[in-house]
Design a protein around this ligand. Structure first.
Ligand code: HEM
Length: 196
């Protein structure tokens, strides 16, 4: 799929609300993560390495979710079976997200779509984009814990294009920082404003 044809993918579109997170807060989070220009460069390399592998990477994550019923449950109505239509509708957005994470500049448009993705995991917006009947939120604890499998399962794909160990390590670390940064931003709608 190309970005413009992915159902429900609204990156940069006018209906995406302005993020309550400020650029200064984003900058501080990046400082906390010891984010450097080398990470920007390594993340671009991740984008190049994963570009023709995104469907395999996301298939790995989907297998992971499918093999953990407590996670698959969020693609299902309460007490029901996972909705294959829902899973397949989200899949291309997940694939696009890999490229966006590696290639989009951290500008206001990017910040706004982080808030949109966050809301799509919460009662505010989950299920609405795909018009499905499923559990109405993914609990924050699972978003946080998912950082590990998303990082760990990506490593073999980073090693598939003939890079040396140092480059693989740099790419892996930059990917971990990028995912951690996003989940930190995505926690915003889950917590009281003065606690975020
Ligand atoms: C949607 C990433 C954790 C369930 C999405 C999307 C992305 C994403 C990129 C699509 C965004 C879009 O619409 O453009 C991630 C990442 C996670 C994470 C990076 C943690 C590191 C989880 C967990 C679950 C989950 C733990 C539980 C199974 C879902 C569901 C949707 C979704 C159900 C569809 C939401 C909707 O109805 O719009 N996620 N996710 N996610 N994710 Fe996650």
């Amino acid at each position: 799929s190309t970005a413009s044809t992915i159902p429900g993918y609204t990156y940069g579109e006018p209906q995406v609300a302005h993020s309550p997170v400020t650029m200064a807060e984003l900058d501080e989070l990046k400082q906390t993560l010891l984010w450097t220009a080398e990470d920007d460069e390594a993340l671009r390399m991740v984008g190049d390495v994963l570009a023709d592998q995104v469907s395999d990477v996301v298939a790995t994550w989907y297998d992971y979710v499918a093999s953990h019923p407590h996670l698959a449950a969020y693609f299902a109505p309460p007490g029901g079976a996972p909705d294959p239509t829902y899973l397949e509708r989200v899949r291309p957005r997940f694939e696009q997200w890999i490229l966006d994470t590696c290639r989009r500049p951290h500008d206001q448009t990017w910040l706004d779509y982080q808030q949109e993705i966050a809301l799509r995991h919460t009662k505010a917006k989950k299920d609405q984009t795909d018009h499905v009947d499923a559990v109405d939120q993914v609990p924050l604890r699972h978003l946080i814990a998912f950082i590990f499998p998303i990082t760990e399962t990506t490593r073999p794909f980073l090693a598939r294009k003939g890079h040396g160990q140092d480059d693989i390590e740099r790419m892996h670390r930059a990917w971990l920082k990028a995912v951690t940064l996003e989940v930190a931003l995505w926690s915003r709608p889950y917590v009281r404003e003065n606690a975020w």
